[in-house]
Design a protein around this ligand. Sequence first.
Ligand code: ACO
Length: 183
Amino acid sequence: MSSNLFYKKIIDVRLILKTAAGEVMSKKILHGIFIKRLEATDAVPYELLLDADPSMAAIEKYLDFSDIHIALFEGKTIGVFVLLTLNAATLEIKNIAVDERFQGYGIGTFLLASATQIAIDKGFKTIVIGTSNASVGQLYLYQKSGFEITSIKYNFFLDNYTEPIFENGIQCKHMIVLEKQLL
Ligand code: ACO
């Protein structure tokens, strides 16, 4: 196994997967999920990145300066997180997403834990993540994973995105910034 593959999660749950024909089938995951740092020759999972951040222009602003990590299951990319060094002490999770068919099984929690472990291993003091005021589920997940709200960037989504974004019937206006202290 490549040394680039690390942090394995074994999950043993029954997933309901929709086939292309719209049929529903169940699948039991018996193997593991691996986290891999993307290499220059690997394909960037843009579709997943766009699930977390609907603006390609916004994604492109940070992608070249970031490390992209993917979650692999049976050789397929089912999740992603993107890490950007803000300064010597702080690492930011700029983007995190799990393939819709695999959501709700603890993989997002595992990706957050993996990102946190990478930050610890690299000696960062703080890990940061931002999400919108409308992203109620994500705010729940991040706080449950030990992140605390530290600030609000008012009107961030109004000022930085050309199209209005809605989630849970609420307009995304402000960026809620959450931090986890690692030391
Ligand atoms: N809505 C409601 N609840 C949610 C959501 C959501 N969007 N996301 C997570 N949760 C809850 C789960 O129900 C679960 O609750 P439980 O512990 O009480 O059972 C808990 O949070 C943990 O969920 P996981 O299964 O660990 O997370 P999952 O694998 O579903 O991944 C993720 C979460 C990454 C947010 C996924 O829903 C996703 O890809 N969403 C679309 C992209 C996105 O919004 N990304 C984050 C944007 S912010 C950023 O990228 C910095």
